[in-house]
Each structure stands twice: as C-alpha cells, then as structure tokens.
Design a protein around this ligand. Sequence first.
Ligand code: SAH
Length: 220
Amino acid sequence: MSIYHSGIGMTSQRTRVRMIDRLRRQKIVDEVVLTAMNSVPRHIFVEEVLASRAYDDVALPINFGQTISSPFIVARMSELLRAGSNLGKILEIGTGCGYQTAILAQLAHEVYSIERIGPLLTRTRTRLRKLRLNNVRLKHADGLLGLPEVAPFDGIILTGATTHVPSTLLAQLAVGGRMVIPKGSQEQYLCVFERNAQGYVETILDEVRFVPILSGVIKD
Ligand code: SAH
C-alpha cells in the first residue's frame, strides 16, 4: 500500500483525529481550520523516515535547512489569517514542503505561494499536484517582493521570521485584509497587521521560533 493511501499506524485518520483533539486542547477554536487539518494528510509532506512523527506537535526538518511548522503553529496562523471569515485571494511567503499551503487551499478561494529555494519548490510542486489542489499557484521567486501583478490580497502569511516588516508586502494588502508574520530574530513574536481605510493596526501575540526569511533566490 502506498504511503499516500496508508490507513494503518501513525499515518491513519485516527492519528489525525488525535491531532485535532490536541489542537482543541491548545485552544484552536476555528472549526473550518480544524476540518482542513483533519482532511490533509500531513505525513506525505515529510520524508518517509519521519512520517511516524508527522502528527506530533513539533516542527520537523524538510531538507535545505528548512522546517515544516508544527501543527499548532499552522493552525494558529491559519486561524489568525481567517479571523472567522472565508478568504478570497491570499499570498504565502515560504512554501517549504507545502503543508501550510495545502491547508490554506481549503480556507481561501485562491492561494499564491512563493518559495526562494528552487529544488525544494520542485518537490513540493509534485506533492501538491498529487493532492489536486487546483486553486494553488506556486512561484519560484523572492517572496519579499510579493506579487504586485496579482495584488491586492485579502491575506498575506509569512512562514519565516523577519526583523523588519516588509512595506512592499503591507502595500499589497487589501483594505480589510490581514498579514500574519513572525517578527524578530532572537526573540520572535507572531504579529497581525490589519489594514483599514486609515492605515494599519498591529497586534503582537505569541512568542514563536521560525527560520529566517532571506532575500534572493536559489536556483535549481
Ligand atoms: N510553511 C512551510 C515553512 C517552511 S520554512 C512548511 O511548513 O513547510 C520557511 C520557508 O520560507 C523555507 O522554505 C524558506 O526557503 C522560505 N523562504 C525564506 N525566505 C524566503 C523568501 N524571501 N521568499 C520566498 N520564500 C522564502
């Protein structure tokens, strides 16, 4: 039986249900986010040797020095981005293995995701194609530039930390839109920027630990 369809052991639906129960205990309340995380098989986003740990509440390595965010962080950021409403067009910076992207695809009408490491994106493309997510567009580029040709976005999410909030990205947010971003270097906090008609409102939330957002691209 292929790992994609495995119904046994640590990759089963039962394991996913246990993850959802844990997320509820961790105070994730958005049922749309919980449903999305119950439906996406997280174990196919990590190397086969790590598949049995895929549903644990930890970040795991995904090659090229990057990590897949823990289930709690994915849930928390998705909940903050949604803020209780369905999303139209969203932009993700830092596709990585594509797990957060696959979750976002259930929460938004259209998802654009940018990754700077070419070979990492190539693998993720293949993986996401198997899940037949037809509302996701992936781009190999420096995400700090955003996607001006597609902007404005109802939501922007960065899956790596920055010390400076990129004004280019803030400018690509629609009025009424939200940007969720881990901010800082040694000490990092999850921040939400909401754009209103007057400007931006920043809310600083949980302390977190992310790999850094870097500029420039790495080719295949
Ligand atoms: N959500 C991803 C997180 C991966 S870690 C997952 O769960 O797999 C953060 C990712 O951001 C890495 O893949 C890294 O290469 C990417 N990244 C860092 N700086 C970037 C930039 N400027 N543009 C696009 N992607 C970037």
